[in-house]
Design a binder for this molecule. Structure first.
Ligand code: SER
Length: 581
């Protein structure tokens, strides 16, 4: 049995209910992109809200930490990991928590007591030294010289951050084959932390004061990857049973040994696994240039770049083979992986196709830029991003492999300027509907403007855009309208769009002051969210819209426009799906 099963079985036997992992994207918290710890989704319940499953919970939670993204490639960092946890919501406290931790480590995982050591909170002005925890550990058989005390390291998350917190007791395992020192020193790297019992009793208010919570809670956390590697006696996490077969598969695909290629192979394994979990998640993230979608894009593109560096044929199905092997491992634990296998493969395939189109050229451009061993200025960094789809972090990585620098600040400036312009098309949730910036999407984008203008003429001037979404297959357009379109209205709309396409109208763009743009009657949404200077795209004389682009140069590029479906979207809003043939 593996660690996850052993853990859950053990805590269920102690009266806990297993709860499912929350999605990787926090549900009611937009301050972070992803869940980074097992307790994060439990926060409201630790604060006192009754949990539908009761007061004793346990789970394995999907966690993603992207601040470690650039460290991936070493032997122990992962962007995705699973965290085991058990919680008491105002039910049991220190005695049970510590006793069960000890029992699980020594009786279920069979770790000899001699290899264990613990830390406890040393005390400060907020809370006294945790003598109680110390006494419990000693009563279980941990000798006093294997118990160390700290102030800063035994307060979770730390003494500065506002929010839920409390003193904790951390458990350590002696990982080395050296003789085990009598006295435990938490600074000695041969002792590695394996588990953390937090006695969560406080809320750290914004003003710095500490407030006792309604309940005395227990929050524990154990990282599956790390502890599995430790128990299996490997010093490289990627050689543990969690990763070994994935690494073997990458060796097979690349026809190269792991030794000497560790960094790229670990990056590929890690990034594809995280991409699988992000794209299978019920939060439906797709690669994009913002938020979680941008992280997904970076992960996939970096994996592709490293696959290329191993001479893997990146247009082959190498990525789906790896993703499938990963999904086979996890699908019995996560229903979303089972249900969304095809979604994951589709996301990988689309993003790969998009990036593969420009990667080769982009790498050549990179060679050209750095030919004289010169650093990369903002202009070139932005070009690599904008034209060749190189996330800035990828450019930085490529540059650092040659000891070159990238003008990141300058890039950020340019990027910001670019975003301001795009924001004209993306007020709030409305992203101009432009998923990617591929040739096909750009055509659909222009077709969307034509459709908007045609509907105004055919259905009525009170038609306004309510939403838009574009893929390489179709456009989807939501608009205000109080009735189902008649066959005649649909036909007329279609004819009008095709007429404008045949008229070969030029698409032009100009920057305007926001007020002037509105006065001139340009179509827009959520006006208050636009910047002061906006771009207005005009198609001949028939359409003027505030928009960040991009668009085709002339409507003749579009092909034939066809409405595929017209349906209700929500009250007073209709939806059209249309294609260009
Ligand atoms: N919240 C603590 C941690 O993340 C214990 O779960 O380490």
């Amino acid at each position: 049995m593996n660690l996850k099963d052993l853990y859950i079985d053990f805590f269920v036997s102690k009266g806990h209910k297993q709860i499912p992992s929350a999605p990787v994207v926090p549900e009611n918290d937009n301050t972070v992109l992803f869940n980074t710890a097992g307790m994060q989704p439990i926060t409201p319940y630790l604060k006192g809200k009754p949990h539908p499953y009761g007061k004793r919970l346990c789970d394995y939670q999907k966690c993603i930490r992207t601040n470690d993204l650039d460290s991936i490639g070493d032997s122990y960092h992962h962007t995705f990991f699973e965290m085991l946890g058990n919680w008491s919501l105002g039910d049991y406290f220190k005695k049970e928590a510590i006793t069960w931790s000890f029992e699980f480590l020594t009786k279920v995982l069979n770790i000899p007591v001699n290899r264990l050591a613990v830390t406890i909170f040393a005390g400060n002005e907020i809370a006294p030294k945790d003598i109680e925890a110390k006494e419990i550990w000693m009563s279980l058989g941990i000798p006093e010289n294997r118990i160390a005390e700290t102030k800063e390291d035994n307060w979770w998350p730390n003494l500065e951050l506002p929010g839920l917190c409390g003193p904790d007791s951390e458990m350590f395992y002696f990982r080395s084959s050296d003789e085990i020192p009598e006295k435990f020193d938490p600074e000695d790297e041969r002792w590695v932390e394996i588990w953390n019992d937090v006695f969560m009793q406080y809320n750290h208010n914004e003003d710095g004061s500490m407030q006792l919570l309604q309940n005395k809670n227990v929050d524990t956390g154990m990282g599956v990857e790390r502890v599995t590697a430790i128990l299996e006696g490997v010093n490289d996490n990627y050689l543990s049973s969690i990763w070994k077969d994935i690494i073997d598969l990458i060796c097979k695909i690349s026809n190269l040994p792991y030794e000497g290629n560790e960094k790229s192979m670990r990056i590929i394994a890690d990034h594809i696994r995280t991409s699988v979990f992000i794209s299978a998640d019920y939060s439906s993230i797709k690669p994009s240039n913002v938020g979680q979608g941008y992280i997904l894009r970076r992960l996939i593109r970096r994996a592709i770049r490293h696959a290329k560096s191993l001479n893997i044929d990146i247009s082959s199905d190498w990525d789906s083979k790896i993703a499938c092997a990963i999904m086979d491992k996890y699908e019995n634990y996560y229903s979303e992986i089972k249900e969304n296998r095809n979604v994951v493969l589709e996301v990988l395939k689309n993003e790969k196709e998009k990036f593969n189109r420009t990667l080769e050229k982009g790498l050549r451009e990179f060679e050209k830029i750095t030919r004289d061993n010169s650093d990369i200025d903002a202009q070139n960094a932005f070009k690599l991003y904008d034209t060749y789809g190189f996330p800035i972090e990828l450019t930085i990585e490529l540059a650092s492999e040659r000891n070159l620098k990238v003008d990141e600040e300058g890039f950020k400036e340019k990027f910001k300027k670019h975003q301001e312009l795009s924001r004209t098309a993306s007020a709030g949730q409305f992203k101009g509907g432009l998923g990617g910036n591929g040739e096909i999407e750009i055509k659909y984008h222009t077709a969307t403007h034509l459709l908007n203008a045609a509907l105004k003429q055919v259905v009525g001037s009170d038609v306004h855009q309510k939403g838009s979404n574009i893929t390489t297959e179709r456009l989807r357009f939501d608009f205000s309208c109080d009735h189902k379109l008649s066959e005649e209205e649909k036909l007329k709309t279609e004819e009008l769009v095709n007429k404008w396409i045949n008229e070969k109208l030029d698409v032009t763009v100009k920057e305007m002051n926001k007020e002037d743009a509105i006065k001139s009657g340009a179509e827009c949404m959520f006006i208050e969210k636009y910047p002061d200077v906006v771009t207005v795209y005009s198609i001949g004389n028939i359409s003027h819209e505030l928009c960040g682009g991009p668009h085709v140069k002339n409507t003749s590029e579009l092909g034939k426009f066809k409405i595929k479906k017209e349906e209700a979207s929500s009250a007073g809003v209709r939806r059209i799906k249309a294609v260009l043939e």
